[in-house]
Design a binder for this molecule. Structure first.
Ligand code: SF4
Length: 474
């Protein structure tokens, strides 16, 4: 489907709102994540101090990004890896496919990486005629379903167990003997095992790039990253340049925040540092290691008001706590990154004109900023996008007219008070039995919710009346 023919955000969100199975799937996963995170934070009294430290580490590396990236390149090269620089998604795709084609690769295994999605790697590999096998269990599910991730930590969280059972029955050979989780996991393991051992190239992402050793760090709970990166002859890492940290100790300081915020655990089952390819005497490991460092808009963010977004460690806590995400799920957002962090990042990656609805898909309740382990003020950044959208003339029709009228009145106190008095009294005319069920020019609101009938007096009138009553009582 061409971009022009794609349904917009509002149409996608409306479709997801009526998807009952999606609600069940989201609530099971995000509800669980919310409870586990709360317990993990409560059991870690130093969480606030750790958060401040994490924020300071990220701010420091962002301020000295060139220094640490050069240090990383020097040390990774000294360890035997080859470092490539990609200024955008097209260049990153081209580098990865070129390495695969030069190696005559027919089968590529891939460990979960949102950066890979961001640069469009799955399509690029398919276009190059290379078989791609996703090895993360959730990514395996969405590969069978022909879908994109709907969450950055649980890519298949929009699928219920019953739906996954159907996918495995159709896509596994032989199909699983039963649809309990244990049997289904065994079936996926059997399907993937031969692929792990037969792959020519393994592609992974990186949670951290360690500058003073040149190592890349991945964290998983399934061990699939290790099986993706060790048996094949070539290992390719794709990573955003903001993943850099000065040292292993800094990586662990951030890991303590990442895992608690993502899954409520203390550490993931597997935390692996890859430092160069196999050395003489090593029992196993790839013969070549390539690291593709991707900019794709990140240096642009360094110099503008979205700089703080570069602190993001991709834990997913903001989406687990977002009232909008929990209603519509991740696919409705349309970009690579869903939820609150996606609403900030997608306009950077895809342009504001193509994603101008996303910064508005927010109630500004501030939960995302409260739970963010590196203190990113997401509502402030969303407001910055709204401001830009307004100034660029992207808001049009009734919203632009209404906000323009409101702004004009808000600068004239007398007019504002008069308009409020008239407005409150006029609104009462639409109310029946205490509720307003439909309003002219505000059908988008009243289509989904009833508004309480106003009290008949403005806030200022009520305030003055209360003050007068208090004075009379004294
Ligand atoms: S914005 Fe914060 S909460 Fe959201 S994914 Fe990034 S680090 Fe996690």
């Amino acid at each position: 489907m061409s971009a022009a023919a794609q349904p917009g955000f509002k149409a996608r969100a409306a479709a997801e709102l009526s998807n009952a199975a999606l609600k069940v799937a989201i609530e099971r996963t995000t509800g669980n994540a919310e409870r586990k995170r709360a317990a993990a934070v409560a059991a870690f009294p130093e969480f606030d101090a750790a958060r401040e430290r994490g924020r300071a580490i990220k701010d420091h590396v962002i301020a000295h990004l060139d220094h640490y990236l050069e240090m990383f390149e020097r040390n990774a090269t000294a360890a035997g890896a080859k470092v490539h620089w990609a200024s955008d998604d097209a260049e990153a795709r081209a580098i990865v496919t070129r390495i695969c084609l030069d190696a005559d690769a027919r089968l590529v295994t891939r460990a979960k990486s949102m950066l890979g999605e961001e640069i469009g790697l799955p399509h690029a590999l398919a276009d190059a005629g290379i078989e791609r096998v996703e090895t993360d269990l959730a990514e395996h599910i969405i590969q069978l379903a022909g879908e994109r991730p709907s969450h950055i930590v649980w890519p298949a969280m929009h699928r219920t167990r019953e739906q996954v059972a159907d996918l495995f029955k159709a896509g596994h050979h032989p199909p699983p003997a039963a649809d309990d989780p244990g049997t289904m996991v065994q079936s996926a393991r059997r399907e993937l095992r031969a692929k792990f051992l037969g792959a020519d190239v393994g592609i992974s992402g990186a949670n951290f790039l360690v500058a003073d050793t040149g190592a890349t760090c991945t964290v998983t709970n399934e061990g699939n990253a290790e099986l993706t990166t060790t048996p094949p002859r070539i290992h390719i890492v794709t990573a955003g340049i903001e993943k850099i940290v000065p040292s292993t100790a800094h990586a662990f300081a951030l890991l303590r925040l990442l895992v608690r915020s993502a899954t409520g655990g203390e550490l993931t089952q597997y935390t692996t540092f890859h430092c160069g390819p196999k050395r003489p005497g090593d029992a196993d490991g790839p013969e070549e290691m390539h690291i593709v460092l991707v900019d794709n808009g990140r240096t642009r963010m360094l110099g503008d008001e979205f700089r703080e977004m570069l602190r993001c460690i991709r834990c997913g806590a903001c989406m687990n706590h977002c009232v909008v995400y929990r209603q519509i799920g991740g696919h409705a957002y349309g970009g690579t990154y869903p939820g609150p962090m996606g609403a900030v990042l997608t306009p950077v990656l895809d342009g504001l004109a193509a994603s101008r609805d996303l910064p508005h898909a927010c109630t500004m309740n501030g939960r995302c900023a409260e739970v963010c382990p590196v203190g990113i003020p997401i509502p402030t950044l969303l407001r910055a996008w709204r401001r830009r959208s307004w100034r660029a003339g992207l808001e049009n029709g009734v919203p632009r007219l209404a906000i323009g009228v409101w702004a004009m009145a808000a600068r004239r106190p007398r007019l504002y008070r008069l308009a409020s008095r008239v407005g409150v009294r006029a609104l009462r005319l639409f109310g029946r039995r205490g509720w307003i069920r439909s309003l002219p020019l505000a059908g988008g609101w009243t289509a989904y919710r009833d508004l309480p009938r106003p009290a008949g007096r403005t806030f200022m009138e009520q305030y003055r009346a209360n003050q007068a009553a208090k004075g009379a009582r004294r």
